[in-house]
Write a protein that binds this ligand. Structure first.
Ligand code: HEC
Length: 150
């Protein structure tokens, strides 16, 4: 029997007064609550780590796309992977632990996400000019947020 079912079994057998006295209901509620909290999105790293390990390398793929344009299918696939990573990291900027409660923060995160989703679609279409065009919007999202928050 697991600890939890042993606990449930004990609760079922114990007289009501004893249950109240031991506060077992409270224990059960606490177990349920902590399981529920676990399912909410939460930051797994520091902001600095998110920026240097995910945002920077994936956005560099867009910023420097003209320097070494993708040629093979494999190159394009790599670019798809990086732009998708960038788009999803913009969503991470909005979860507890990374998010900051400012309108500017929300606006810049969404700007970054829109530019990155467009870049992901451009990579899937192997559209180099479209990727080059997106550079400005993407750069603006980084700069705006850094100016406002760092
Ligand atoms: C919504 C806000 C926001 C957006 C958008 C954003 N950043 Fe950041 N960035 C931050 C904050 C806040 C820090 C400071 C983190 C710290 O040091 O605690 C930071 C730090 C950084 C750092 C320095 C990390 C270090 O510790 O050295 C780099 C590099 C960086 N960002 C790159 C980018 C790039 C590239 C983009 C755009 C593609 C971008 N960021 C978009 C908020 C943002």
């Amino acid at each position: 029997m697991s600890n939890l079912s042993r606990l449930t079994y004990a609760v079922m057998r114990a007289p009501a007064g004893l249950i109240a006295g031991l506060g077992i209901t409270g224990v059960l509620l606490a177990v349920t609550a902590s399981a529920a909290d676990n399912t909410a999105p939460q930051a797994s790293a520091t902001m600095s780590e998110l920026m240097t390990r995910i945002v920077q390398p994936s956005s560099d793929a867009v910023f420097y796309v003209s320097r070494t344009p993708p040629q093979t299918d494999e190159d394009w696939r790599q670019l798809e992977n990086k732009t998708l990573m960038l788009a999803e990291s913009a969503n991470l900027l909005l979860i507890p632990g990374y998010a900051q409660a400012q309108e500017q923060w929300l606006r810049d995160s969404l700007l970054m996400r829109d530019a990155a989703v467009a870049a992901f679609n451009a990579a899937k279409a192997k559209d180099l000019p479209a990727l080059e065009e997106l550079n400005n919007a993407l750069y603006e999202s980084c700069e705006n947020c850094h100016t406002a928050t760092r």
